[in-house]
Design a protein around this ligand. Structure first.
Ligand code: ATP
Ligand code: MG
Length: 352
């Protein structure tokens, strides 16, 4: 008996409306091949909707999403609409209400996509960043006093809870156990003297529960340097909200193209839908021209299939991505080629 997975599609704005249909085509081929049943509901929630109707999504938006098993999102963002509208009107409510406390960012240097680093060889760089997605440094707690006076003060609190740190670390240790068995924790306990020692203690404590994983920790400054000097040595890297955010962008740059980078916002307990989205934004500069790179969304769709319990279907997709990139004949302009979104999608389907 095959279980039907209900997928919410939110193409969003700009190139989101071009790359999500491309990913859908790839999903159709792969799901048919593997006997996976997917049904789709498409939502037009976007900054364009905000401009028309005054809100990114309707009042009952979260309840409607809640009826799905996963969300595939393109990108939200529109010239003239401030970032906080799309963040607070859509992305943050989804991440927080659906307890998507894991932000997962796989990094690979593919053959055919030159990394800006001499040190990053294709095939050797293949790791995953696990970023804490709901607490840590990005808190609402703090304030400003004496504005404009010489005594002016700004205070920003970071919030680390035992439950919140433990669950992200357990997720990272489990992932490392399923991959290469190595975990690196980002810290800064020599400078941040309360929260980071707490984080480090919990890493050592959780390590006892995952004896098959070898782990180490690096101060964030040294770790950033090692990402550049020896990106091939990492397997799973776990960091707080701020450190994970910074490392993710650094790592995506190492991989050579923002158009390829995928991400997953996971609720590992599956009480709520998880959300899958490319790392890039709505790219208004190239929107509507049919040349957006669909691979970041296609790879995100592969992460979605993996999360829904179909790892072989997921690896078929990543293998097809690797094949098309290595051939190099059908790649979009951001990768130095001249193919359109449709042509690259068609090449992926051929490779499948
Ligand atoms: P937003 O406000 O939605 O974040 P942005 O323009 O600030 O949009 P991105 O959308 O990530 O940020 O775009 C950054 C640059 O990368 C742009 O020049 C864009 O054209 C390019 N880019 C991003 N994604 C892709 C893609 N999938 N294919 C090709 N080029 C891309
Ligand atoms: Mg932007």
């Amino acid at each position: 008996m095959t279980k039907t997975h209900r997928i919410a599609l939110i193409p969003g704005d700009g190139i989101g409306t071009e790359v999500v249909p491309a990913a859908r085509k790839v999903l159709d081929v792969v799901s048919e091949r593997h006997g996976i049943e997917l049904t789709y509901t498409e939502f037009d929630w976007s900054c364009e909707r905000y401009l028309r109707e005054g809100a990114m999504m309707p009042d009952d938006g979260m309840e409607r999403l809640r009826e799905h098993d996963a969300i595939l999102l393109g990108a939200v963002g529109y010239p003239g609409v401030p970032d906080h509208v799309s963040l607070w009107g859509l992305l943050i409510p989804i991440r927080r209400s659906f307890r998507q406390y894991v932000n997962l960012r796989p990094i690979r240097v593919f053959e055919g996509v030159p990394s800006p680093l001499r040190t990053a060889a294709a095939g050797e760089v293949d790791f995953v960043i696990v970023r804490e997605n709901v607490e840590g440094e990005y808190s609402q707690v703090g304030g400003r006093l004496y504005q404009g006076f010489p005594e002016e003060v700004a205070i920003q609190e970071a919030i680390f809870t035992r439950a919140g740190v433990t669950r992200i670390l357990d997720y990272a240790f489990d992932l490392a156990a399923r991959r290469g068995g190595r975990l690196t924790s980002a810290t800064k306990s020599n400078g941040i003297v309360h929260t980071m020692p707490f984080w480090d203690e919990l890493v050592a404590e959780r390590a006892i529960h995952h004896p098959g994983v070898t782990w180490d920790q690096e101060h964030i400054d040294a770790l950033a340097a090692k990402f550049v000097l020896q990106p091939g040595r990492f397997d799973v890297v776990v960091g707080s909200n701020l450190f994970g955010d910074i490392l993710s962008d650094l790592a995506a740059a190492i991989a050579g193209s923002i158009g390829i980078a995928p991400s997953a916002n996971l609720n590992p307990e599956r009480e709520f839908p998880s959300m899958f989205e490319p790392v890039h934004g709505s790219a208004p500069d190239i929107a509507g021209r049919g040349i957006a790179n669909p691979l970041g969304t296609v790879w995100s769709a592969a992460l979605m299939l993996d999360h829904l319990g179909h790892p072989r279907a997921a690896s078929d997709i990543t293998d097809a991505i690797a094949t098309v990139l290595a051939k190099g004949a059908t790649i979009t302009p951001d990768l130095g080629g001249s193919a359109t979104t449709d042509e690259l999608t068609e090449a992926l389907i051929q490779a499948l």
